[in-house]
Design a protein around this ligand. Sequence first.
Ligand SMILES: CC(C)(COP(=O)(O)OP(=O)(O)OC[C@H]1O[C@@H](n2cnc3c(N)ncnc32)[C@H](O)[C@@H]1OP(=O)(O)O)[C@@H](O)C(=O)NCCC(=O)NCCS
Length: 432
Amino acid sequence: MSTPTANGTRVAIIAGCRTPFAKASTVYRDLTAVDLARVAVRELVERTEVEPAWIDTVVMGQVIPSVNAPNLAREVVLGTAMPPGIPAHTVNRACASANQAIAEVAEAILLGHAQVGVAGGAESLSDVPVLHSKRMTQILMEASRARSLGDRLRAFAKVRPRDLAPQAPAIAEPSTGLTMGQSAEKMAKENRITREEQDQIAYLSHRKAAAATDEGRLAAEICTVMVPPRYEPAVTQDNLIRRDTSLEALAALPPVFDKKYGTVTAGNSSPLTDGAAAVLLMSEARARAEGYEPLAFVKSWAVAAVDPGGQLLMGPALAIPKALQRAGVTLDDIDLIEMHEAFAAQVASNIQALESETWGRDKLGRSKPVGKVDRSKLNVNGGSIAIGHPFGATGARVTTTLANEMKRRDARLGLVSVCAQGGLGFAMVLER
Ligand SMILES: CC(C)(COP(=O)(O)OP(=O)(O)OC[C@H]1O[C@@H](n2cnc3c(N)ncnc32)[C@H](O)[C@@H]1OP(=O)(O)O)[C@@H](O)C(=O)NCCC(=O)NCCS
């Protein structure tokens, strides 16, 4: 039960490429998301030797866009060696934005509207737009409309010290006001996820990411970033992976989002991250015609949503069964799982739901749980807690990591899942 294209072939994942992921305000502090996205896409095009003129569409994800360059994807086309005639657009499905970009390119291929496409995303949390208050904006608008110096001075005379306070975008749920961290804390409490379980997930994330770096598995998906103006030292590795972390060090960290009774810490949360990632997709027929050996094929995908007023980050536990059903497979059939780690509490809560009879019955109308999550198949190269989570890019990172690992092991089926703001969840099944 593969997903065929309009002309009878499938959507092939040819390759993926990403920048090293870096803690926000460190090595990429002077770059924008557009700069990072251009590096990842340029390198993807060079490594795969795809003719830029073959590319029919570029779709990128970004969650906190720049006010000056809101269509990141188009800036990527115009800033790389791509013909300016390639249409490009930017999507926002919160942390699943790059997954959405991949799905949109896949849709274009399935419809026969494209044969070759680039999908990915980028985020720079070092370069978020900092806003004025509503009142300050009104004063500035009034001053800009002033016809005389006197009118302009009268407008500025209304400025009070509190109007000067800048407003950075909050990583919070607009409908509830809770930050993502507070929402993870709520999930940990309601699902009785212990601090030990969360720290264990974080520990394994770092251990596996460190091993995958040392053994070249993560290095294979990474390109070097030269940061102007000095262009040295080159950025060649993720800088958030802590090879020295221990369960003791993690246990010693104070809770961040509920300082008194909480269990969510800087250690068991994904960190604020800068980075970009991109994937090259082709119709199977075009890939074969051009002599490419696909890493994997898109078998199915699904999105789902929960009420943000409940448990915000449970979307994957709804999207996963939907994507599995569309693929005509079960969780047991899956050889490898890449589950985005926003917070260890979210990973544990989603696994708990997938394995729970109550969740299966109440949320999915099934007589049985979705299935057992085999921990030996889960995030085998580490996850977003260790590697980092540039919101707009993560979906392309997890898809690339999974497709590469499926090729290494010659695995038949792989599953990606990502939770996102707004109670959204995304899942995709890949096959070889
Ligand atoms: C949790 C969060 C607030 C922490 O931010 P921060 O305080 O800047 O984090 P830091 O990296 O400075 O870590 C804080 C401390 O924990 C320590 N630490 C973090 N991870 C550690 C680990 N694995 N092992 C040992 N120590 C660790 C750091 O060394 C630091 O110690 P210090 O204060 O002595 O320097 C921030 O990462 C965050 O907001 N994350 C969530 C992002 C989010 O909401 N994403 C959306 C997902 S849907």
